[in-house]
Design a protein around this ligand. Structure first.
Ligand SMILES: Nc1nc2c(ncn2[C@@H]2O[C@H](COP(=O)(O)OP(=O)(O)OP(=O)(O)O)[C@@H](O)[C@H]2O)c(=O)[nH]1
Ligand SMILES: [Mg+2]
Length: 210
């Protein structure tokens, strides 16, 4: 059976090594915790079709390696991403301190308009917490990011994180703030019938002045 969808969004999962990026992706796609997760080599890929606000959206998700030695490879996948999960580990201040660098990379290499949700992962390890919810939510606010604490282990807020990001992108398409037709928008139509001209966004042919 062929897959039908209204939109396709390109997503990235970025953040320091060991924060749980691959486990989050696995939990989202398979609905279970990935036991014995190894460091990602380069990038891994996953996709899932979800329903967002009455629209069918295919999320094409690139799970990148957090280790520095893969940085040049992973950076080459940023281009044209519409959304990203920026992940840190609530039990590791080091991964939180690295967020600014990840954010700069995402906004310069993907797109300044990329929709990013900050995920404080390993919420289940509250006893070992090094970063408070309040501190991270302030950081998110200052940097115009959405924010959730997640657990790839229990599944808490995992689907919500992907859906919240997708919903925001969809809202921006509907308000005209994001143009799916723009090169490198990270958005594709799944059905040509959706491709309707929108007032000011639509290019009209100018009469030839020559
Ligand atoms: N307790 C707990 N452990 C987690 C959670 N998510 C991931 N882990 C553990 O954290 C470790 C790293 O998880 P990965 O998903 O491989 O981390 P990653 O961010 O993909 O790492 P790189 O691929 O190297 O960038 C593994 O031992 C996981 O079992 C979580 O939500 N809670
Ligand atoms: Mg990984």
């Amino acid at each position: 059976m062929s897959e039908t969808y209204d939109f396709l969004f390109k997503f990235l999962v970025i953040g320091s090594a060991g924060t749980g990026k691959s486990c989050l992706l696995h939990q989202f796609i398979e609905n279970k915790f990935k036991q014995d997760s190894n460091h990602t080599i380069g990038v891994e890929f996953g996709s899932k079709v979800v329903n967002v606000g009455g629209k069918t959206v295919k999320l094409q998700i690139w799970d990148t390696a957090g280790q520095e030695r893969f940085r040049s490879v992973t950076r080459s996948y940023y281009r044209g991403a519409a959304g990203a999960l920026l992940v840190y580990d609530i039990t590791s201040r080091e991964t939180y301190n690295a967020l600014t660098n990840w954010l700069t990379d995402a906004r310069t290499l993907a797109s300044p308009n990329i929709v990013i949700i900050l995920c404080g992962n390993k919420k289940d390890l509250d006893a070992d917490r090094e970063v408070t919810f309040l501190e991270a939510s302030r950081f998110a606010q200052e940097n115009e990011l959405m924010f959730l604490e997640t657990s790839a282990l229990t599944g808490e807020n995992v689907e919500e994180a992907f859906l919240k990001c997708a919903r925001t992108i969809l809202n921006k398409i509907e308000s005209g703030e994001l143009d799916p037709e723009r090169m490198g928008s990270g958005i594709q139509y799944g059905d040509a019938s959706l491709r309707q001209p929108r007032g000011p966004q639509t290019q009209t042919k100018q009469p030839c002045s020559c």
